[in-house]
Design a protein around this ligand. Structure first.
Ligand code: ZN
Length: 149
């Protein structure tokens, strides 16, 4: 990845870690799940308010590293107001972004999700980035807990 792009993506991660969006419990949540990543010790709780197949609201709380917190914040911003099927395709692009180390991921196509591509350089931290998304999926399926594998 070009140096300047790397810096830009790192800046986005740091910003979301410092000022996480959609942070805090959601009082009228319809779906809630907890996630745990034993590798790093990240813990997260994701709250959803669904109306039909629309994600009306999504919030999270976490005790985690910066990558997990930033990924959750980016996820919440990307998912709020979207349909569940769009959420699914966003999740697929996150998995793809974190797997392929050759593809250049750009902000204009993938939005701030692209910033997660910087995590590819730190394979041990990939589970930190995917935990919020797995926890979101667990909440959708009505499962109370998600643990990274
Ligand atoms: Zn972590």
């Amino acid at each position: 990845m070009p140096e300047d792009l790397n810096d830009l993506y790192q800046g986005i991660i740091l910003d979301h870690n410092k000022r996480p969006r959609h942070y805090g419990a959601l009082a009228n949540a319809t779906h809630v799940a907890e996630g745990y990543n034993p590798l790093c010790g990240d813990r997260i709780e994701v709250f959803l308010q669904l109306s039909g197949d629309q994600i009306e609201a999504i919030q999270f709380e976490c005790a985690s590293c910066a990558i997990c917190k930033a990924s959750a914040s980016i996820m919440a911003e990307a998912l709020v107001g979207q349909s569940i099927s769009i959420g699914e395709s966003l999740q697929e692009s996150v998995s793809r972004i974190l797997k392929t180390d050759t593809e250049t991921v750009t902000l204009d196509v993938q939005g701030e999700i692209a910033a997660l591509s910087g995590v590819r350089n730190f394979p041990a931290r990939i589970k930190c980035a995917t935990l919020p998304w797995h926890t979101y999926q667990a909440a959708l399926r009505g499962e109370a807990k998600a643990v990274t594998e």
